[in-house]
Design a protein around this ligand. Structure first.
Ligand code: ATP
Length: 389
C-alpha cells in the first residue's frame, strides 16, 4: 500500500491540549523540520479507539505508527483501522482532500498516522478561537460582520456540498477562526458525523446538538445538504438576536417546535434588524428542505454579499445576550462532554459483553458501534435504552 512506517513523534513535537471531543483529544504539534511555514504548527486530533483507556494521555504515541502522506493515502476500505467510527471521519477527510482542499473555509488535513492508540489526523491549526467567542469579544458588531460570517460558512458549505458531503453537525463550536487577525478566515471543522452520499448509507437519525438539528433529522427523514442549511439558519438567528429560535422547557417540546418550524421574530429584539436578514432566516428555517436555499444560493444573496446588511452597531442588549448564551453553551458543552465520555466508555463495555455472546462478524460489531456513538451523541436516551435491550 506504499505505507512508510514512521512514528508521529519522529516528525512532530506534540504539546498542549487544544480541546477535547467525545472521542478525541486535540493537541498542538510542531513539525521538527519544515520548510513550509504553513505546516510548521499543526493541530493533531487523536481519534481514540473505543475501549482503549490509555490513549488519551499518550497523545503523540510512542508506538510504531503507520504514516501515509495524503498523496498516497489508501482508499478507506484499505485503511487498516479496525474501528469504523474512526473510518468515517477518515473517509470524509480523504474526500475533502481530494475534492475540496485547500479551501479558505474548510479545515485542511495534512497527514494521517496510525498506531495502537488510534488514528492521528494532522490538521491545519486554528488559533483564532471559536466563532461566538470572537464575536462577543469584538468592540463593534453589526449585521455586516454577521453577513461576513454567513458568507464564509456558506462558501465552505458550498465546496463541501459540491463534493457530496453533508456536514450534519454544523454549530458555532465547529467553526474556528484560523488566527487572531481581524480578517482571519473562518474554518468549518469536525467531520466526525459527516457523510459522503455515495459511500455512506443514507443513514437517518439524530445527530448533533438538538438546537441546530433540522426537522427532517428529528423526524428520521432523509438528511441532505439542505439539513446543513437549516443549521446555518439557526446560527444566523442566534448571531442577530443572541438567543436560539426554538426555546422550550424540555427537549420533546423543542423537537415539536423544530418539526413545525415554529419560531418567531420577537418584535422588541428584531425591530432593528433588516427585513432582508429576517427573510433569509425564514427561508433557511423552512421545514420543507427542498424550499430552503442552497449554499450556492446564499453566495449571491443580497444580504449575505453585504448589499443589504446594515453597518450600524448592533443593539448592545443583543451582544450581551449573545455573551450570556455563549457562556451557558460552553458550560453545558463541557458538562456534556464529560458525561458522554464516561457514559460511552461504560456503555461500550456493556455493549462488548452483549455482542460477545452472539456470533457477529467484526464488521457487524463496528456497525453497531457506529450506531451506538450516533445515538449517544444525539443524547437520545429512549433509543439508547432500546439499543441496549
Ligand atoms: P465532538 O465530540 O464534538 O464530535 P470531536 O471528538 O469530533 O468532538 P473536535 O470537535 O474536532 O472533536 O475537536 C475538539 C476540540 O478541539 C474543538 O472544540 C476545538 O476546541 C479543538 N480543535 C479541534 N480541531 C482543532 C484545530 N484544527 N485547531 C485548533 N483547535 C482544534
Amino acid at each position: 500500500m506504499g505505507y512508510e512506517t514512521r512514528k508521529l513523534s519522529d516528525e512532530y513535537d506534540v504539546s498542549e491540549v487544544l480541546g477535547r471531543g467525545g472521542f478525541s483529544v486535540v493537541r498542538k504539534g510542531t513539525r521538527k523540520s519544515s520548510s513550509e511555514a504553513k505546516t510548521a504548527h499543526v493541530a493533531i486530533k487523536t481519534l481514540r479507539r473505543l475501549g482503549t483507556a490509555s490513549n488519551s494521555s499518550k497523545g503523540g504515541g510512542d508506538q510504531r505508527s503507520t504514516k501515509s502522506s495524503m498523496m498516497g493515502f489508501p482508499t478507506w476500505r484499505q485503511v487498516s483501522v479496525s474501528d469504523a467510527l474512526l473510518t468515517n471521519e477518515i473517509l470524509v477527510m480523504r474526500r475533502l482532500v481530494e475534492n475540496v482542499s485547500p479551501h479558505p473555509n474548510v479545515i485542511e488535513l495534512y497527514d494521517v498516522y496510525e498506531d495502537s492508540n488510534g488514528v492521528h489526523l494532522v490538521l491545519e491549526l486554528c488559533s483564532g478561537g471559536e466563532l461566538f467567542d470572537r464575536i462577543v469579544a469584538q468592540d463593534r458588531y453589526s449585521e455586516t460582520e454577521a453577513a461576513g460570517v454567513v458568507r464564509q460558512i456558506a462558501s465552505g458549505l458550498e465546496a463541501i456540498h459540491r463534493a457530496n458531503i453533508v456536514h450534519r453537525d454544523l454549530k458555532p463550536e465547529n467553526c474556528l477562526f484560523l488566527d487572531v487577525r481581524r480578517d482571519s478566515p473562518l474554518k468549518i471543522m469536525d467531520f466526525g458525523l459527516s457523510s459522503v452520499e455515495e459511500f455512506t448509507d443514507p443513514v437517518v437519525g439524530l445527530f448533533g446538538s438538538i438546537d441546530y438539528v433540522s426537522p427532517e433529522a428529528l423526524s428520521q427523514g432523509k438528511i441532505t445538504t439542505k439539513s446543513d442549511m437549516w443549521s446555518l439558519g439557526v446560527i444566523l438567528y442566534i448571531l442577530l438576536s443572541g438567543y436560539p429560535p426554538f426555546i422550550a422547557q424540555c427537549n420533546r417540546q423543542k423537537q415539536q417546535m423544530i418539526m413545525n418550524g415554529n419560531f418567531s421574530f420577537y418584535e422588541k429584539t428584531w425591530k432593528g434588524i433588516t427585513h432582508s436578514a429576517k427573510q433569509l432566516i425564514s427561508d433557511l428555517l423552512t421545514v420543507d428542505p427542498s424550499r430552503r436555499p442552497s449554499a450556492q444560493d446564499l453566495l449571491s444573496h443580497p444580504w449575505v454579499v453585504g448589499d443589504k446588511a446594515k453597518d450600524d452597531a448592533m443593539d448592545p442588549e443583543i451582544v450581551s445576550r449573545l455573551q450570556r448564551f455563549n457562556a451557558r453553551r460552553k458550560l453545558r458543552a463541557a458538562a456534556i462532554a464529560s458525561v458522554w465520555s464516561t457514559t460511552i466508555f461504560l456503555r461500550t463495555k456493556k455493549l462488548k459483553s452483549l455482542v460477545g455472546t452472539h456470533d457477529l462478524t467484526e464488521e457487524e460489531i463496528e456497525n453497531l458501534r457506529i450506531s451506538f456513538k450516533k445515538i449517544c451523541v444525539s443524547g437520545d436516551n429512549a433509543t439508547l435504552s432500546q439499543f441496549e435491550e
